[in-house]
Ligand binder design. Structure first.
Ligand code: GBH
Length: 477
């Protein structure tokens, strides 16, 4: 590399050093394997969510939730599965901590069940619920694992009238989030408000496949979406008001990312525009503090009713942004007024065990890059990435080479984003263990630990061995 190109490369990398992130085994002219190495302080973790793992739905004063009601309604979840027992992690959390410790992760993303703290959504807190999470958090810390806590991962107290259709739920959520921030922020340094706005609004109220299973008209869906972002914003404010100074506050969003069909300026620009416009009601509103014209024009009379102060709350500054990245959307530049055309997935699009989980590793790179270019977050995390697989259990082993393939390709693309200097600081693999996969029940496995749901025995899959090695060597293996 001559002086000029070396300096150029250095500029792209920002503070990161090229040599440290991409290194060759030897200086031999040929056949030197290039290693994709991560920065020393890169944080590796795993993610789970309360309703998907805890079980113990009637224990210690927990109130019923939207998902208890939904999963017990015949026909809503594959196989009639429920979260009543799940992976029994309410009782087995110490065992799960040991799984994490064995992997060598430095972080763990978990969520709190709102209805364990406020069984009816508001009112007097249930001390037993608080005690439980204190035990879980203390157990993680005692094992050298830093918990990242999500306040809402889709399970809300069924007693809240109207759920997210009711604006008051946003206020109740903020009160709960603020209260819990006050309880845990002496030990928990990173808090996320909500998980995946699009899922708990659209999938629950428009598509109807998630609790409470509604198919509302557009105007009402837009209002639910608005209540979702307001809830996030009010929670940011409440957490800041009650948490210890220095607590880092963010959101875990499943922004839909548009991947350019080829890496040329026109397609790259078209994809970035698509990402901004297609997420107008969620992340774009949060980062820009307004509903952009493209969205308002498109929705017309169905646009959400916004009250004074809402947009300021929604745009409350964040310390970090966290992204759940799974399937890509492909997009190309187009002559139409909006300048892009999305390309539908077709039967030959490769996917994992879940039909929706199209394999498109480049989305990992483009997601990080687009968000960085559009809104310049200070710190980014991948709050979820992972895959479902069929996981044959044979002779006590689960050789999930396909999941390893998926993860290796996505992690390689995250590496590219880090190497180019984008502020990606950590990665949470979904999921630590097989669990209740929402409407798919236990029919889809996302874990890197296999769970035998009859015995609750956990068996590390090949992907757990792979991840452990990634963490140990801090590079793609
Ligand atoms: C995330 O959802 C969630 O945060 C996590 O709880 C979940 O377990 C994990 O990822 C794996 O799914 O059946 O075609 O109508 C990802 C969002 C929600 C996308 C369910 C696919 C079903 C689409 N997913 N959705 S479809």
């Amino acid at each position: 590399m001559n002086e000029f190109s070396r300096r150029d490369f250095g500029k792209v990398l920002g503070s990161a050093s090229a040599a440290a992130l991409v290194s060759a085994h030897s200086t031999a002219a040929s056949a030197a394997p290039v290693e994709l190495r991560f920065p020393k302080d890169f944080r590796w973790g795993c993610a789970t969510a309360a309703y998907q793992i805890e079980g113990a739905v009637k224990e210690d004063g927990r109130g019923p939730t939207n998902w208890d009601v939904f999963s017990h309604t015949p026909g809503k979840v594959v196989g009639g599965d429920t979260g009543d027992i799940a992976t029994d992690s309410y009782h087995r959390y110490a065992e799960d901590t040991q799984l994490l410790k064995n992997l060598g992760v430095s972080t763990y993303r978990m969520s709190l069940a709102w209805s364990r703290i406020f069984p009816e959504g508001r009112g007097k807190p249930n001390q037993k619920g608080v005690d439980h999470y204190n035990k879980v958090i203390d157990n993680l810390l005692a094992n050298g694992i830093d918990p990242y806590v999500t306040m809402f991962h889709w399970d809300y107290p069924a007693a809240l009238p109207g759920g997210w259709q009711n604006r008051d739920t946003a206020k109740a959520f903020a009160d709960y989030a603020g209260y819990m921030a006050g309880q845990i922020s002496d030990r928990v340094k990173n808090i996320m408000t909500v998980n995946e706005l699009r899922c708990f609004t659209d999938l629950s109220h428009k598509v109807g496949i998630h609790a409470p299973g509604l198919k509302l008209p557009d105007a009402e869906v837009n209002q639910v979406r608005h209540h979702g972002v307001v809830a996030h914003g009010l929670a940011v404010q409440a957490i800041r008001a009650h948490a210890k100074a220095g607590t880092q506050v963010g959101i875990a969003d499943n922004t839909v990312f548009y991947v350019p069909v080829m890496e040329t300026d026109d397609h790259v620009a078209a994809a970035k525009k698509a990402t901004r416009e297609m997420n107008a009601m969620f992340l774009t509103a949060i980062m820009e503090g307004r509903y952009i014209d493209e969205y308002l024009t498109q929705e017309g009379a169905n646009a959400p009713k916004v009250q004074p102060g809402d947009m300021e709350a929604i745009a409350s500054p964040l310390d970090f942004l966290a992204l759940n990245i799974y399937a890509p959307e492909w997009v190309r530049a187009d002559d139409s007024p909006r300048g892009y055309a999305t390309i539908p997935h077709i039967p030959s699009s490769p996917h994992m065990a879940s039909p929706w989980l199209i394999v498109g590793p480049e989305v990992a790179y483009w997601g990080v890059r687009q968000v960085s270019e559009l809104w310049k977050p200070k710190v980014l995390y991948i709050s979820e990435n992972g895959a479902s697989a069929d996981d044959p259990l044979q002779n006590g082993r689960v050789d999930d080479a396909d999941r390893v393939m998926y993860l290796r390709n996505y992690v390689s693309q995250f590496h590219r984003a880090v190497a180019e200097g984008y502020p990606l600081k950590g990665y949470f693999l979904w999921s630590l263990l097989d669990n209740f996969e929402w409407a798919d029940g236990y029919s889809k496995r996302f874990g890197i630990h296999y769970v035998d749901f009859k015995t609750q025995r956990r068996i590390p899959k090949l992907s757990a061995a792979w991840y452990k090695e990634v963490i140990r060597q801090n590079r793609v293996v």
